[in-house]
Design a binder for this molecule. Structure first.
Ligand SMILES: *[C@@H]1O[C@H](CO)[C@@H](O)[C@H](O)[C@H]1NC(C)=O
Ligand SMILES: *[C@@H]1O[C@H](CO)[C@@H](O)[C@H](O)[C@H]1NC(C)=O
Ligand SMILES: *[C@@H]1O[C@H](CO)[C@@H](O)[C@H](O)[C@H]1NC(C)=O
Ligand SMILES: *[C@@H]1O[C@H](CO)[C@@H](O)[C@H](O)[C@H]1NC(C)=O
Ligand SMILES: [Zn+2]
Length: 781
């Protein structure tokens, strides 16, 4: 204390017990540190409110609102995160207006006009650049701004020379009993059958060779047919096989013959496959009637398609100039083969009469050959040592460019893409059915969408049109393109819609990933049937409703089985009473189509509508119209179908319980997911009041997430190491049958293990499939 203060205490008040220890000390009134306290209070309040608002706007929404594909700013009033200004409705055109254009634009006459162009001259893979350019020019005219010709350098063969003769050897000379022409008749009524530059009869990827040997009739040349012959002690090694076309892909007939040490293969079309419509039944043959012309020859590829499609020197990567190439020997035959007509098969088969067992001694699949009336007894042979065939086949192998035409209509959402494809190349100058009915239809599809563009439409999703080259040799153009574009396709491709033969008859025969079943059912109900036996009948009304499983045999293969893109394949094919379709023959021509195949060109028109309406559905609906539930049903059905195969395992008793369980879980998740998606779609149908602006944003982001999941679902079934012995095929549910090639094998890893009686491998595949099923289930959760 200071002395003055001490004095003050002592003089003014004597301390007592009640004297407070601290006395009140007067001080100057406190001065406000901040003079404007009202302003300060206001500031504090505002800052507080701002903090709370921010909390609501930032923290709460980021916890509650979905915003994948967008930022939180999207939720601010006035923000516009939508792909285009009229989302969820169509931009420029309503969905109904777009459908109306797609229903009214396609014309039978136009399809006929496009067909007459494509079928006027040869267009074997890599041989007709002008058709690629012409196609590109048409698409540009129709209004597709982005078009290109995409080339790949592929390894393939062109025919040089061939001979097939039946020889009788005597002691000192060899006599020619029959010399095959290996030509199809030139018909006055069929103007491309006699073109000077018409394509010879030959097999794609056939080996060159000159063999002379006795021969054996091997029925269809399926794995089981050869096995029947082995069991019957028929000697096969060193012989030439003569087989009917049908049942399995032709290359696999040659593949098995080669494995069994046979030296050559001859393939022909037996009238058996023509059902009722045969000359024996009184029908006249083309060009006078609907039956098969006896000189018709089916060309075709003998690539080992079920091992890997595409350029056999670049399995798994694109055939770009200068790329690495491998020896193709595991994918193409090393023995020669030749296709012939049934007319020219008769002398060969008759030469077997009386030798070896008869087809009638074998099982059901061996019965039914229709050349009995021509004196063929369908003996197996082998022919005696002095009755031999000389088969000479000379092919030029080369690496040559081919040309895909690609057209793009950019959609408002860049990473959701729907692709429509058809191949352009044919084995013959014609190809009015395979593939140019599809090419004519594709042009009509492009023209229809072009019309919508000119009316101001902008699609929600991107549409890509593809005119593939080199399909016939082994899906070359599409496979190389998919291998080339894989990263982008994996990210963006929602679906691939294939049409190969659009019209070769009157019966609709779709195949699809079950994700797309819904779309097929819907669009078939929208299109009028070309044959109105009852007025107003739709395609759906006259179709049996069956959708096949995806195998191979056309350009969807690389999309579905390699890239995991949900795909379908559609077209009208021959029914039992339709005229015989001369597949891969000179008579698959414009004249045949115009008189027998689709005289009014109405099946072309109907196929155009089915295809473009399916595309529109997938491109325009805000929530993708796919069905995971149908996939679930399919998965269950496929498993049920293959269960009996487990009996091939020694001891039997394979436990399917865990697979059944995984499928059940997938089915439950799929049902829930579809219901959620349907609910979103119906919420989008309702008009929201303006003050619920943020709700539309929320729905948009939710739809994007749902669409991502639908897109990813098919990918989840890919198993990167691939199937046993054919690693190019990655899908654990769908693959071409190893020994059928065309038809779809389901759960191929498991089925092949059963067939091989291999327990350990079956267990391995059970685990792999369950793992993929769980991954797919997780996508949906
Ligand atoms: C290419 O196709 C066109 C149209 O079909 C045909 O006129 C032309 O002859 C073909 N060109 C070649 C080189 O074969
Ligand atoms: C094929 O081989 C035979 C001998 O086996 C021979 O006589 C014939 O000239 C050969 N044909 C050709 C076209 O080289
Ligand atoms: C095939 O040959 C084996 C051994 O030579 C014989 O046991 C079997 O009975 C023969 N089978 C037929 C169908 O001839
Ligand atoms: C239409 O269908 C009916 C019944 O299937 C059939 O008898 C008729 O021949 C068909 N007509 C045409 C033009 O295809
Ligand atoms: Zn085709």
């Amino acid at each position: 204390m200071f002395p003055e203060m001490r004095e003050k205490y002592t003089t003014t008040m004597a301390p007592s017990e009640s004297t407070p220890l601290l006395r009140v000390v007067d001080v100057a009134p406190q001065r406000h540190r901040y003079p404007h306290h009202k302003l300060r209070r206001f500031c504090t309040f505002s800052l507080g409110m701002l903090l709370i608002t921010s909390l609501i706007l930032f923290l709460l929404p980021s916890a509650v609102f979905p915003r994948e594909h967008g930022s939180i700013w999207s939720y601010f009033p006035g923000a516009h995160p939508f792909p285009h200004k009229s989302w969820p409705h169509g931009y420029g055109l309503s969905y109904e207006e777009l459908q109306a254009i797609l229903q009214t634009t396609p014309s039978a006459e136009k399809a006929r006009e496009w067909s007459s162009y494509y079928t006027a001259g040869p267009h074997l893979a890599g041989k007709n650049l002008s058709q690629a350019i012409w196609t590109q020019e048409r698409w540009q005219e129709f209004g597709v701004e982005e078009t290109s010709i995409v080339a790949y350098d592929v390894y393939l063969n062109y025919p040089l020379d061939h001979r097939l003769a039946l020889l009788k050897k005597t002691k000192d000379k060899t006599e020619i009993t029959f010399e095959a022409s290996l030509e199809e008749d030139v018909l006055d009524e069929d103007h491309t059958s006699g073109l000077p530059d018409r394509v010879p009869t030959f097999h794609g990827y056939s080996a060159s060779g000159n063999v002379t040997a006795s021969f054996v009739y091997v029925n269809y040349g399926s794995y089981d047919d050869y096995q029947d012959l082995i069991n019957a002690n028929v000697s096969l090694a060193g012989k030439i096989a003569i087989a009917k076309y049908g049942h399995i892909f032709r290359g696999l007939k040659v593949m098995r013959a080669q494995e069994l040490g046979m030296v050559g293969v001859i393939l022909y079309d037996d009238p058996q496959q023509d059902g009722e419509i045969t000359e024996d039944n009184g029908y006249k043959a083309y060009p006078d009637g609907p039956a098969r012309n006896p000189s018709a020859v089916q060309r075709g590829s003998t690539l080992f398609l079920s091992i890997a499609p595409g350029d056999p020197t670049t399995p798994g990567w694109p055939s770009k100039p200068g790329c690495d190439r491998v020896d193709p020997r595991n994918l193409i035959p090393s023995i020669p083969s030749i296709p012939i007509s049934y007319k020219e098969a008769i002398p060969l088969l008759k030469a077997l009469n009386g030798y070896g067992p008869k087809a009638s001694d074998f099982g059901k699949s061996w019965q039914g050959g229709k050349l009995g009336s021509k004196g063929v007894e369908y003996n197996i042979g082998p022919s005696p040592n002095d009755v031999v065939i000389n088969l000479y086949n000379e092919q030029k192998y080369t690496t040559t460019p081919l040309w895909n035409v690609i057209g793009v209509i950019k959609g408002a959402i860049p990473d959701e893409v729907v692709i429509l494809g058809n191949h352009r190349d044919a084995w013959i100058a014609g190809g009015a059915g395979d593939p140019n009915s599809g090419s004519a239809v594709l042009n009509e599809v492009v023209r229809s969408f072009g019309k919508a563009l000119k009316a101001g439409w902008k699609p929600l999703r991107t549409i890509v049109f593809a005119s593939w080259d080199g399909e016939e040799y082994g899906l070359l153009g599409s496979t190389e393109w998919v291998e080339d574009q894989l990263p982008w396709l994996s990210k963006a491709n929602v679906a691939y819609l294939n049409v190969d033969v659009a019209a070769s008859g009157t019966v609709l025969g779709p195949k699809a990933s079950p994700l797309l079943n819904n779309v097929i059912y819907e669009v078939t109900g929208l299109v009028q049937s070309p044959n109105q036996t009852v007025k107003g009948q739709t395609v759906r009304d006259v179709w049996n409703g069956h959708i096949g499983t995806m195998g191979s045999g056309s350009d969807f293969t690389a999309f579905q089985d390699f890239a995991g893109v949900a795909s379908f394949d559609l077209g009208f094919s021959r029914g039992p009473t339709d005229p015989v379709y001369h597949y891969h023959s000179n008579y698959d021509s414009f004249d045949w189509m115009d008189r027998f195949g689709d005289p009014g060109w109405l099946y072309h028109e109907a196929c155009t509508k089915l295809w473009s309406l399916a595309a529109a559905k997938l491109v325009e609906t805000p929530v993708l119209s796919l069905s995971a539930s149908d996939y679930g049903v399919g998965l269950g059905q496929y498993l049920k179908n293959i269960k009996p195969g487990a009996e091939h395992l020694p001891g039997g008793g394979f436990d399917f319980g865990s697979l059944d369980g995984a499928i059940a879980e997938f089915q439950a998740a799929a049902k829930q997911f579809d219901a959620y998606a349907a609910d979103l779609a119906s919420q989008l149908d309702e008009d929201l009041p303006w003050y619920l602006w943020w709700k539309k944003v929320k729905l948009y982001f939710q739809a994007r997430v749902v669409n991502d999941k639908y897109k990813a679902l098919e990918r989840a079934f890919l198993y990167e190491p691939g199937l046993d012995g054919r690693s190019w095929f990655k899908h654990v549910v769908f693959a071409p049958g190893l020994w059928t090639g065309y038809s779809g094998a389901t759960y191929p890893g498991l089925v092949e293990s059963f067939d091989a009686g291999d327990w350990e491998n079956a267990q391995k595949w059970r685990s792999i499939i369950i793992e993929r099923l769980e991954a797919a289930t997780k996508v949906l959760q």
